[in-house]
Write a protein that binds this ligand. Structure first.
Ligand code: REX
Length: 440
């Protein structure tokens, strides 16, 4: 699988330069730079050193050991910010590591469990995109064709293409902003409702368009509702069957399902707890709901292990042709930080150590989710906290990504398993990471 041709940003550190000069690969990530500037590093001009650095970064640099203490700290921070529990599962070349904190059920007191299922929210968009791109591969749809070619008259603007939907550039407004403006009453009003796709599209079309087609990125669930309609139109079958036949079965994702409009999560699962808007208000158990307001934009149920398998398999090219995967991972910025990007139903985050990760985030009442993998699919991380409408808990949970993919921060010593490089000498040795038993 060739590496993507996109520009690599390199923070050439003192550590890396010293290591290269000494003719050895640095012990930690090539990007774990003690002297790294706080600001995002500027692209390095092509030079012999940059070429060497790139080679070290992509081929010879050892994979950073995940900082599982850092992962646990992020999970604890999610709890300190109001989540009853949180968990993460990392899968890499040297195996699987899991961490759990708190409870998956506040009534029974059952502990968080990395075998348990939960609602993945918008990570569902990546599943929907894979199905849609398989249909493109099969010649049933074209990325740059107008939606109107397949669903005549559905959208008032005939210029909106399939790619505009997948990149959130259609201008179709997100009806969920109004729906959940008042969080708990908004949720209770739709908890058991069953919407048709057409009803959801109508809710969006009742609002002003946010942009001319193709002009600007504006995240909207409406885009992936139309993606669901396209899938059903092209296959003549419900989206549930497409997910099952094209992704769940081939990857043996036994904890993953799409049961809309069923309200239950079957089997061992995490209960979700929604924060009310009033500070200090009682949490609302939001586990059972149709998720009909999201459907193909957010109603998939999965587990940490299945999400690791899915993001990793996707990046390894097991679900899409090289051309489709290239299209999916070709991104544009979503903000001005130059670290957050969106491709086709897929986010790219550029971490502080220079590593790029691909996947999606999810928010559905009671559940915050992260599911990401490196571009080569060798490392993946999924994390969940069983709360929502509490942004600080979500931000805290996001800390698992840096810890898992970048490893210990420069201030820390390399783990005992990594050979110390000359540049790392003299750093304080931290105690070995706590080794909790793997659950599977
Ligand atoms: C709906 C409101 C959130 C949640 C939403 N979720 O649009 C989609 C998703 C499916 O996962 N998107 C996120 C509710 C952003 C993503 O891509 O990561 N918020 C809550 C409110 C706010 O009710 N008043 O936090 O549970």
């Amino acid at each position: 699988m060739p590496l993507p041709s996109h520009r690599r940003r390199l923070a050439v550190s003192a550590t890396l330069i010293a290591a290269l000069a000494a003719g050895v690969a640095p012990a930690t990530s090539a990007f774990a730079a003690p002297a790294a500037p706080a600001a995002p590093a500027a692209p390095v001009a092509p030079s012999a050193l940059a070429a060497l650095a790139a080679k070290a970064a992509t081929s010879t640099a050892p994979t950073p050991t995940p900082d599982m203490e850092g992962v646990t700290a992020a999970l604890n921070s999610a709890m300190a910010n109001g989540a009853p529990g949180a968990m993460a599962r990392y899968a890499g070349p040297d195996g699987v590591r899991t961490r759990t904190v708190g409870v998956r059920d506040r009534v029974s007191g059952a502990a968080m469990d990395t075998r348990a299922r939960f609602r993945i929210g918008s990570v569902s968009k990546t599943f929907s995109t894979v199905v849609l791109l398989q249909l493109v591969q099969e010649g049933k749809l074209a990325l740059d064709a107008p939606v109107d070619d397949y669903l005549p008259g559905l959208l008032p603007d005939g210029r909106i293409t399939v790619r505009h939907l997948l990149t959130h550039r259609s201008g179709l407004a997100d009806y969920t902003d109004d729906m959940f403006n008042n969080t708990v009453p908004g949720f209770e009003a739709v908890r058991n409702r069953v919407f048709s796709y057409q009803e959801l599209v109508d809710l969006s079309l009742a609002l002003p368009r946010t942009t001319e087609p193709g002009v600007a990125y504006k995240y909207s669930n409406a885009n992936f509702v139309v993606v669901g309609m396209l899938i059903e139109k092209a296959t003549g079958r419900p989206v549930a069957e497409a997910y099952e036949r094209r992704i769940f079965k081939p990857l043996k994702l036994r904890d993953t399902s799409y049961v809309h409009p069923d309200t239950r999560i079957e089997g061992l699962h995490v209960r979700g707890y929604l924060h009310p808007d009033e500070e200090g208000g009682a949490l609302v158990d939001s586990t059972e709901q149709t998720v009909s307001w999201a459907q193909s934009a957010g109603a998939v149920i999965s587990s940490p292990g299945d999400l690791n398998t899915f993001t990793s398999a996707l990046m390894r090219g097991r679900l899409l042709s090289p051309a489709m995967l290239e299209a999916m991972t070709t991104v544009t910025p979503t903000d001005t930080t130059d670290t957050r990007f969106y491709g086709l139903g897929l986010r790219r985050y550029d971490l502080s150590c220079g590593t790029q990760i691909f996947g999606h985030t999810g928010t559905v009442q009671g559940f915050y989710t992260y599911a990401f993998s490196t571009r080569d699919g060798r490392r993946s991380l999924s994390a969940v906290a069983n709360t929502s409408n509490h942004g600080s808990a979500n931000t805290a949970l996001g800390g698992t990504l840096e810890a898992a993919f970048c490893g210990k921060k420069p201030a820390a010593a390399p783990s005992s398993r990594a050979a110390a490089s000359p540049a790392d000498a003299g750093l304080t040795q931290l105690p070995a990471e706590r080794d909790l038993p793997e659950r599977h």
